[in-house]
Design a protein around this ligand. Structure first.
Ligand code: MG
Length: 257
């Protein structure tokens, strides 16, 4: 009996259940715009957590010396990230004085004093091709596991092979596909747990909203910024709406009857 209890407790310690905020607001590259913060900075992540967004999105790439970093573009101040060592990249500060964040620092910040904002982690396809993308995915999952960050993370990618590599290492991982050409039924068969498509895809395939809900796939949309578009996706009860305007989306949700 004692043994069962101890096993139960150790399970709880390993996998703390997190109650994510009950709203659909995902801050795209963190909440940066209103306060003029750099995108993908730790400051923008902290602001998304402060706003109580249900998610804060960020982009991952790997440097030449295999440091995982948070940056959208394949270059940083003209330097190709995959061909440059981290120390060279980190010599140039972000506009708010922050050092270019490593994934490790980002995750540690994201798990600190965070009452319910999930970490929406985009693994960028590698300019070097699919095989390198898989390698990066493996490194990312290893880091998540080492830091016990699994319960916080939703993985997103434009590359299905990257999501497959994530699932091979962590079959329980929450995954959402970004590229927009696969139907909810196809994604379900792929073992992907959600779709996160550009809003134009849902305009063209309105039936996919219903199909995704029926298939119990998480429904996410990017990047929705105008009040009119935000209202439309709120009215369709999307699980997640990824936006550069989290404050505006909260205002719209508050005004809802
Ligand atoms: Mg992204």
């Amino acid at each position: 009996m004692l043994l069962i209890f101890l096993l139960f407790v150790s399970q709880m310690v390993q996998q703390p259940l997190i109650r994510f905020h009950e709203n659909p607001v995902v801050a795209h590259r963190g909440a940066w715009k209103k306060n003029n913060l750099p995108e993908n900075s730790i400051a923008s992540l902290r602001e998304a957590i402060r706003l109580r967004c249900t998610g804060s999105e960020f982009d991952i790439r790997m440097t030449n010396d295999e440091v995982l970093i948070v940056n959208h573009d394949p270059e940083f101040h003209g330097m190709p990230i995959e061909k440059t060592n981290y120390s060279q990249l980190a010599a140039i500060r972000l506009s708010n004085g922050e050092t270019l964040p490593t994934l490790e620092n980002y995750l540690l910040e994201g798990m600190k004093e965070n009452p319910g904002t999930r970490l929406v982690l985009e693994i960028k396809p590698s300019p070097a091709g699919v095989e390198k993308g898989r390698k990066i995915a493996k490194r990312v999952v290893e880091m998540i596991q080492n830091l016990h960050a699994e319960p916080w993370v939703t993985y997103i990618s434009f590359d299905l092979e990257i999501l497959r590599a994530v699932l091979a290492l962590d079959p329980q991982a929450a995954t959402q596909y970004l590229n927009g050409e696969r139907s909810p039924g196809e994604l379900k068969q792929d073992g992907i747990s959600g779709l996160d498509y550009h809003f134009s895809v849902f305009n063209k395939n309105p039936g996919w909203v219903v199909e995704a809900k029926k298939s119990q796939l998480a429904l996410n949309v990017w990047t929705v910024n105008s009040a009119e578009d935000l209202e439309r996706f709120v009215s369709q009860s999307f699980d997640f709406i990824t936006t550069n305007e989290p404050e505006l989306l909260f205002d719209i949700l508050k005004a809802k009857p």
